[in-house]
Design a binder for this molecule. Structure first.
Ligand code: BMA
Length: 816
């Protein structure tokens, strides 16, 4: 939108490289690779091994330009953010300055460079990759990064998303462009910035709400400020001066309604509006207090790590967020909403915005506010060592100041965390092992800079130094120490330990742990030709970025399952075992509540189609893990936890709602032929503040050819049955279950009815068209029919969906 005082420069720009070989239109906001792709000048980097053809584009210099009309008068300034990354801006051929930090917002006075009529603005991008390498050479000593994950070197030299150099789940093409706003604005008007809110609850149940904001002004005069809050309005004439000024207005709310995380209550958001000089800043703001509890155990191994929201301690359930797409133009609000909604629909209440991507755009946090997803926000430093010279730290300081002021008013923001895995990184490189003093001091300088800048931008934030960290000033191994702080527990995946090993640790809060699977078949079909559909083909290998990842997936299958029959079964089984790994860890850690108060698995989503730890496919479809997550994150659950020696199985009840819940738990064993043995029914009240043991079963009471089943009846009468296989699945002689399917099409969906003659495990439907099944990875038991619906993305493909519908279960995938 363009107004009298603002010209919006978003729109179609032109892109060309310095040699003149490439030239095309480029939408801004957007990235250059997406523009080249749309113009048909490069192949899709997500398909086959095209990434390798496209990677070199980032080694060139590029120019992005447009013209615009200006008929205004007086001083104007350019306002832009998400400029990625090393670039010079020019107006009518004259330089407006050099920029080098994607994570800052820039407001640059354009002085006398504007002229009436046509003007031209150019952004000259200097190659990110070349700059990174040059900067690395200028360092007084080596600043290492993980070479095997980052085919593009020295990404740690640049303030741009670290995963742009490649990651163990990302392709490496170093995108560049401008992904945020770019507007030309009239100077001299007062500017409202950083609207924030705070509230005090009074003893009579009312609340006083304080709305605060910063006013930037270039002159000295009287202006009226109007602040509106939930239908109330205050007006005040203030005198501005050349400095920025901080203003605060208070409102009374007789019946305040609080914002709660998903599953705990409503997400009430109040409308706040600040109006100055005809400029209106509108925000939706929730009232809540979130406190990070890290008090020392009275009796226990260390200190807690828990979130208390509005006075209630809440078990955090969720996953880690990486950028919605590897190409920023494709990370749209619509896709982001689909991914975040999927998180909420899987009973999650927190996501961690991981430190190797972006501080996401404002609309991302608006969505989290709306959905009740608390956000653990990392600062954008990940898995490398970093420079600590004055230049670098000064960039960091301004970046942190901007981001904390921009985001801290959001109800969803629960925590600001210094970085991802920088403490561990001190032990990963020969240089830092040999000279830990030097690199530790550098680390501390960086970390202190972030902490000080963050707290001075907002002193009320919850701050955590690093993830993982056993606590402030603790530089120990939080990958293996479960006594305090947050833990990244990677021993099962990265150290090839068995799934049982998840039960050897009792984290206080596990903020990362994961297990890989293949993308779903319909996603694989987008990048692989039929002849590539072999787990060892070069294309499948290319779409696996963790060295040894495919062997780990196959090796784990060998450990627990009979081997899959064909490629599609392999894909299915990889997703079953991924879900099983996450279920094993999360059910156990939830059963430790309140000793453990959170689990965020690695990772929610994918940036491109690749084998990875994600529960959602690239594009937002649900892998089997995500269906299983909806179940293992259910607010009320009974879980079966085997003892270390395997002689007993403890049944624990978990209740994450705000009140005690009465529930009925039915335990029974079911043999592979369907013979049932009852093991007891328990009517029990589950308290909200801790998980409790309901009963302990002797494993010998479960017949050798049977699985244990735990049926929980929730308060609304719905029953969920979960199973536990006391032995590896491969040791059971499962029989063909005899599943019968019938389906009919209604109202844009397929309604599928399933029955079975014998128990069928991890039942999953598939059809050749993209869309969403209402359920998958469930147990289908004799006498308990199920109905599943399928909604195709394109309603016209319903007939094809019905025609290609097939069902898989553990038996059919491994024993045909
Ligand atoms: C972590 C993350 C990522 C990585 C993942 C899988 O610890 O922080 O850096 O992608 O493990 O290896």
């Amino acid at each position: 939108m363009t107004t009298l005082n603002m010209i919006n420069l978003a729109g179609t720009w032109s892109l060309r490289d310095a040699s003149g070989e490439y030239a095309c239109d480029m939408p801004i906001p957007g990235d250059a690779h997406s523009a080249l792709l749309a113009a048909g000048l490069i192949p899709d980097p997500y398909v086959g091994r095209n990434e390798l053809v496209v990677r070199g584009l980032a080694d060139r210099d590029w120019m992005v330009s447009r013209t615009f009309q200006w008929e205004g008068e007086g001083e104007w300034y350019l306002d832009f953010d998400y400029l990625d990354t090393v670039a010079e801006l020019r107006l009518n051929g004259k330089s407006l300055g050099h920029y080098q930090n994607t994570f800052r917002r820039n407001q640059v006075n354009v002085g006398r460079l504007l002229r009436r009529g046509e003007n031209r603005v150019d952004i000259l991008f200097t190659s990110n990759t070349r700059t990174a390498t040059e900067r690395a050479k200028e360092q007084p000593y080596k600043i290492p990064y993980i070479v095997q994950n980052c085919p593009i070197p020295d990404g740690n030299m640049l303030r741009k998303p670290q995963c742009h150099s490649g990651w163990d789940w990302n392709l490496a093409i170093a995108p560049f462009g401008l992904y945020g706003r770019i507007t030309l604005n009239k100077a001299g008007l007062a500017r409202i910035e950083h609207v924030g809110i705070r509230h005090d609850l009074e003893s009579d149940g009312s609340a006083t709400v304080y709305v605060s904001f910063k006013l930037e002004c270039d002159d000295d005069r009287k202006v009226p400020i109007i602040v509106r809050f939930d239908g109330q309005e205050t007006r005040s004439d203030v005198t501005t001066n050349y400095d920025s000024q901080f203003w605060q207005f208070s409102f009374k709310l007789e019946h305040p309604e609080l914002w709660w995380p998903a599953g705990q209550g409503q997400q009430k958001l109040y409308d706040v509006e600040v109006e100055v000089d005809g400029q209106v800043e509108h925000q939706k703001i929730g009232l809540r207090t979130i406190k990070l509890l890290t008090d020392k155990d009275k009796e226990g191994p260390g200190s807690r790590f828990a979130f208390r929201v509005n006075g209630r301690e809440i078990f955090a359930k969720g996953a880690n967020w990486i950028p919605a797409d590897a190409l920023p133009s494709r990370a749209t609000p619509e896709l982001t909403e689909k991914l975040l909604l999927a998180a909420k629909n899987a009973n999650m209440n927190m996501i961690r915005v991981w430190g190797g991507g972006f501080y996401e755009q404002d609309w991302f946090y608006d969505l989290c506010d709306k959905l009740g997803l608390m956000v653990w926000q990392d600062f954008m430093f990940s898995c490398s060592l970093y420079p600590a010279d004055d230049n670098f730290l000064s960039e960091v300081k301004q970046e942190v100041d901007h981001q904390v002021r921009r985001l801290s008013h959001h109800a969803c923001i629960a925590l600001w965390c210094g970085d991802n895995e920088l403490i561990g990184a001190l032990t990963w490189f020969e240089e830092s092992r040999k000279n830990r003093d030097r690199y530790l001091v550098d680390y501390d300088r960086l970390n202190r800079t972030i902490e000080e800048a963050a707290k001075s931008a907002d002193h009320s934030i919850n701050w955590w130094p690093s993830s993982p960290s056993s606590g402030p000033k603790n530089f120990g191994d939080a990958w293996h120490d479960d006594r305090s702080g947050d833990m990244h527990f990677w021993s099962v995946w990265h150290e090839n330990k068995s799934f049982d090993h998840y039960r050897d640790v009792k984290p206080r809060f596990c903020s990362e742990f994961g297990f890989q699977s293949y993308p779903s078949l319909n996603v694989i079909k987008k990048f692989a030709a039929p002849e590539d559909m072999n787990i060892a083909s070069p294309v499948m290998d290319h779409h696996q970025r963790n060295a040894g990842g495919n062997e780990r997936i196959a090796g784990t299958m060998f450990r627990y399952f009979r081997f899959p029959m064909e490629f599609a079964d392999f894909v299915y089984l990889s997703q079953v075992q991924q879900g099983l790994a996450m279920r094993t860890s999360i059910e156990y850690w939830r059963s430790l509540k309140p000793h453990c108060m959170g689990t965020l698995y690695w990772q929610l989503n994918d940036t491109w189609p690749v084998a990875s730890w994600s529960g959602l496919d690239h594009g937002g479809g649900w892998k089997l893990l995500h269906y299983m997550a909806r179940d293992f994150y259910a607010p009320v659950a009974a879980v079966a936890i085997p003892s270390k020696d395997g002689t007993s199985i403890s049944i624990s009840g978990i209740n994450d709602t705000a009140q005690s819940v009465s529930t009925e738990i039915d335990l029974f064993a079911l043999s592979v032929t369907g013979v049932r043995k009852d093991l007891g029914t328990y009517k029990i009240s589950l308290p909200p503040d801790r998980a409790i043991e309901i009963v302990s079963l002797a494993t010998v009471d479960i017949p050798d050819d049977a699985l244990l089943h735990v049926a929980t009846k929730s308060p609304d009468g719905q029953a969920t049955t979960r199973h536990l296989a006391p032995k590896p699945y491969k040791s059971y002689a499962f029989l063909a279950p005899g599943i019968k399917l019938s389906n009919l099409s209604t109202d844009g969906a397929l309604i599928i009815k399933l029955t079975t003659e014998r128990p069928a495990y991890f039942v999953a439907l598939h059809c050749d068209v993209p869309g969403h099944f209402s359920d998958a990875a469930f147990d289908l038991l004799p006498g308990e029919p199920r109905t599943v619906s399928f909604r195709p993305d394109n309603p016209d493909s319903l007939a094809e969906a019905a025609r290609t519908l097939i069902v898989r279960d553990l038996h059919s995938a491994t024993c045909r």
